[in-house]
Design a protein around this ligand. Structure first.
Ligand code: NVA
Length: 390
């Protein structure tokens, strides 16, 4: 959530002379806009704007209240001149200007940022999320107050069961000084067929952000399309981005770095497999997935993965697990597939992380499971218990 706030600061920027003539322009992201002789680049140097003052100045609700800094050596923010679209509405952007005393200004746009699926994030954005998460974890452990979301309310819509996601979001919002509002989809009007666009519009007027766990990915995308506040996907049938960001954070914490590691995933080509494939490849890891015919990942994910040499798909768990640093698995029947459980139990026979398979992986390999786990199906009890603290 926090990262989606800070990376809201991205878009195009232009260096303008005499407040009208564009001298140069380029893309920027929070903290990465640099101005050099050759133009706007991502290297050292240049511009320095305090986003706390920007936030105060614009009184904007785009989540720049974290005090992120967009470097500017030359001068302070002089004006936020244009607001396109309604504040917080889709496509809304603000043009800001930084003066240097020589009429030279930088203009930048602030755009809305959501977390709908990892396919939407750049490697740099994922890295920023992991860095910020590490920092917040450090602050929490050391009793350093970090109430970045003071006064903010997060609506948490659940159309499916949840233990870890609900507790982690609710606790996280409390630790960040905000308020988490639990909303059961069955008790809401969407449960009685109210269109998502109406829900999106009205909730955007009360809340500062929405996280949602539901079935169709389209519902989450539509919330973002019709609402005017940041939307976070807390699991759909297609993706589980928050879980995989947390997995990547854990792996990096234990292994020191992600780049160059080999992951494998044994089991169903489901939401978890999708997010793991995308997350690992974007972070420079290789990944080998083993799944039976008929249960392979979505076309969109396979198309993305096919650009990477480090991607392999096989029907052999042993091939996938060979020399792996991290082994992933997930249930054979996900939420909503309860009726297919018996059929799936047959199809996935042998797609299990067990002691034999672990022998093929690196000796210090980690095991990750998003939980709940079905011991004796996708993972044996002994392997699960041996890796339960990871
Ligand atoms: N694939 C599982 C993940 C649970 C966190 C499901 O969707 O039920």
């Amino acid at each position: 959530l926090l990262r989606s706030d800070t990376t809201a600061l991205r878009g195009t920027a232009a260096v303008v002379g005499d407040r009208s003539h564009v001298l140069d322009q380029g893309d920027f992201q929070a903290g990465s806009l640099q101005r050099t002789d050759s133009g706007l680049t991502a290297s050292a140097g240049a511009l320095d704007v305090d986003f706390n003052s920007l936030h105060a100045m614009l009184d904007c609700n785009l989540g720049c209240g974290l005090g992120s800094r967009l470097g500017c050596e030359r001068g302070a923010l002089t004006a936020a001149t244009e607001v396109q679209g309604a504040r917080g509405a889709p496509g809304h952007c603000i043009t800001l200007q930084v003066g240097d005393g020589n009429n030279s200004i930088v203009e930048g746009r602030l755009d809305m940022k959501h977390l709908l699926k990892l396919l939407d994030l750049t490697t740099e954005e994922i890295e920023e999320i992991l860095n910020l998460a590490d920092q917040l974890k450090y602050e929490l452990k050391h009793g350093i107050e970090h109430h970045h979301l003071k006064g903010k309310t997060l609506g948490m819509i659940f159309a499916k069961a949840s233990t870890r996601t609900r507790v982690s979001f609710e606790t996280g919002m409390y630790q960040l000084g905000g308020y988490p509002m639990y909303l059961s989809a069955n008790d809401m009007q969407i449960g009685r067929g109210e269109p998502i666009e109406d829900t999106a519009r009205v909730l955007s007027r009360y809340l500062d952000g929405i996280m949602i766990r539901t079935f169709e990915q389209k519902q989450v995308e539509d919330l973002a399309k019709y609402g005017s506040i940041p939307i976070i996907n807390a699991l759909t049938d297609f993706a589980h981005p928050c879980q995989v960001l947390a997995d990547l954070m854990t792996i990096r914490e234990r292994k020191g770095a992600l780049e160059g590691l080999k992951a494998c995933y044994i089991g169903d080509g489901n939401n978890m497999m999708h997010s793991i494939i995308v997350g690992c490849l974007k972070m420079g890891m290789s990944i080998s997935v083993a799944c039976p015919e008929g249960y392979r990942p979505d076309k969109e994910v396979l198309e993305f993965a096919s650009q990477y040499e480090g991607f392999e798909m096989t029907d052999s768990p042993a091939t996938a697990a060979k020399d792996a640093d991290v082994l992933f698995t997930d249930v054979w029947a996900s939420m909503g597939q309860e009726g297919e459980a018996a059929e799936r139990r047959k199809a996935f026979e042998g797609y299990q992380i067990n002691a034999e398979l672990m022998k093929l992986a690196k000796p210090d390999a980690m095991v990750q499971h998003c939980l709940p786990a079905h011991r004796g199906e996708e993972i044996t009890a002994d392997v699960f218990e041996a890796h339960a603290d990871e």
